[in-house]
Design a protein around this ligand. Structure first.
Ligand code: 0O2
Length: 213
């Protein structure tokens, strides 16, 4: 099994990381193929449940390649030297896919199916649904490796998959805008507490609606 770091023939990992360089673009290209491969698998799963089982397991799927500057910021925040090797080995969410499910039980069904897929490797799991983050954030995270078929070899590339309900996504999307990319400076402690309260309310509402459903 070969990994991205085994692409030394095509990628010079010893160079310093520069987001405008060809090497950076080559790596982003490989991450974008991994996204396409994983997205296809998830779309098939979505359609299988819809068509064969008459059940909406997945509401929608979104994907993105992390912004170059966000990659650099993350590495600097972790005091990592800006090299391609450090990027490939330590930044796990360059290729990211988000799966939005209607209900909490669907989130766990999706992760069970992904865990059983024969051609992907699960590297890491974080269950922020059973154990939400201090911020109130809820989601199920998987770091997986997906094989991409290149002309000369198959390579396993890391993809972060976030699985969450529509209600969790509603909270996370707004909170992310407010907290992670602040236009008007840092948010206050009081505001942070309010976000946690909102997460708790959403959690309660979601459980209540699930019972009704
Ligand atoms: P963006 O803009 O979404 O890319 P890892 O190497 O994956 O183990 P990491 O990256 O610290 O370590 O993992 P973590 O905290 O499990 O997950 C990071 C991602 O989860 C974030 O990506 C967010 O997308 C999401 N996330 C984590 N905590 C919160 C939170 O409190 N609120 C919201 N809204 N989202 C959160 P990035 O890189 O921060 O940003």
């Amino acid at each position: 099994m070969k990994h991205l770091m085994d692409m030394g023939k095509f990628i010079d990992y010893k160079q310093d990381l520069k987001i405008e360089d060809k090497t950076f673009q080559k790596l982003m290209f490989l991450y974008s193929i991994a996204i396409k491969e994983m997205e296809t698998k998830i779309e098939i799963l979505k359609d299988e449940f819809k068509i064969l089982h008459d059940y909406e397991l997945i509401n929608h799927v979104i994907s993105r390649i992390k912004e170059p500057q966000s990659i650099v910021n993350k590495m600097q925040k972790r005091n990592l030297e800006l090299t391609y090797q450090n990027m490939v080995e330590n930044v796990n969410d360059i290729a990211g896919i988000r799966i939005i499910c209607p209900l909490k039980k669907d989130v766990f069904s999706v992760k069970d199916v992904l865990q059983k897929m024969s051609n992907i490797q699960i590297l890491k799991e974080k269950d922020y649904i059973t154990y939400p983050k201090k911020s109130g954030y809820s989601s199920y995270h998987l770091i997986v490796e997906v094989p991409i078929n290149l002309s000369q070899m198959d390579i396993y590339v890391k993809v972060e998959i976030q699985i969450r309900t529509m209600a969790m996504d509603f909270w996370a999307s707004l909170e992310h805008k407010a907290k992670y990319k602040p236009m008007l400076g840092e948010i206050s402690q009081k505001e942070s507490k309010e976000w946690v309260n909102c997460a708790k309310m959403i959690h309660k509402l979601e459980n209540k609606m699930l019972q009704l459903y």
